[in-house]
Design a protein around this ligand. Structure first.
Ligand SMILES: [Cu+2]
Length: 144
């Protein structure tokens, strides 16, 4: 009887150990999955930010103007009131954006950018580079 009892105990202990191992495995398996879910959620948030940016066609958005070869590209850009314009300098010489009293950027080196959100009254906002006054561009703001 004692031997049987011991064998029964051993079986129970083995079952317990097995179940603990199994639970451990499941937890180990589910933890990385949770991490993946978190990463996916983070990515989703980033995607959401991106889509709200590109959704600028319908709401507030941002448009990029390249500065390349001592010229603004596009030189003339129409945006909706509330939109943000981002200028990115691709030249190896510094440039600025000087837009009357509306906006003036600091010097942008290569790869630097400046941005301005056009909450101004709809209209035409010509600008130039303070260092190279022959560089001209224009932002046309229309009512959102
Ligand atoms: Cu310039």
């Amino acid at each position: 009887m004692i031997v049987w009892a011991c064998q029964g105990m051993k079986k129970m202990i083995i079952l317990l150990i097995l179940s603990v191992l199994l639970i451990g495995c499941y937890q180990q398996g589910s933890n990385p999955a949770t991490g993946d879910n978190n990463a996916t959620a983070g990515g989703g948030a980033q995607t959401g930010g991106g889509s709200s940016g590109s959704g600028g066609a319908s709401g507030a958005g941002s448009t990029t103007v390249r500065i390349s070869g001592f010229a603004f590209d596009p030189a003339e850009l129409t945006v909706k009131q509330g939109d943000t314009v981002v200028w990115v300098n691709e030249d190896s010489v510094p440039h600025t954006i000087k837009m009357g009293s509306a906006f003036e950027s600091s010097q942008m080196g290569k790869g630097d950018s400046a941005e301005h959100t056009f909450t101004e009254t709809p209209g035409e906002y010509p600008y130039s580079c303070a260092i190279h006054p022959s560089m001209h561009g224009k932002i046309i703001v229309v009512a959102g």
